[in-house]
Design a protein around this ligand. Structure first.
Ligand SMILES: [Zn+2]
Length: 87
């Protein structure tokens, strides 16, 4: 499990689920209903939207979806984004 997914386990269930699904979402591997769930979550969650943005940037750079390939800087940024939302 990568560091982001591990962190997201402590976050709310919806963000955790979105993070788990997001690589499949980018691969267009999700069934329609789950895809709609992810899109709905992204539309209202700036943290997961940022995660998606970083993943897309990574895909542009290395040509594939693999969150373990994110740089430590990106991971730290995402952890801070999620942490800011902790209650
Ligand atoms: Zn979220």
């Amino acid at each position: 499990m990568n560091v982001i997914a591990r962190f997201a386990r402590r976050h709310d269930l919806t963000c955790r689920r979105a993070v788990e699904l997001i690589t499949d979402y980018l691969d267009k591997a999700l069934p329609g209903r789950q895809r709609a769930d992810v899109e709905r979550h992204l539309s209202r969650c700036p943290h997961c939207s940022e995660y998606l943005r970083q993943l897309k940037a990574t895909i542009m750079a290395i040509g594939r979806v693999d969150s373990d390939q994110l740089s430590p800087d990106v991971k730290n940024t995402l952890i801070l984004l999620y942490r800011r939302n902790e209650g």
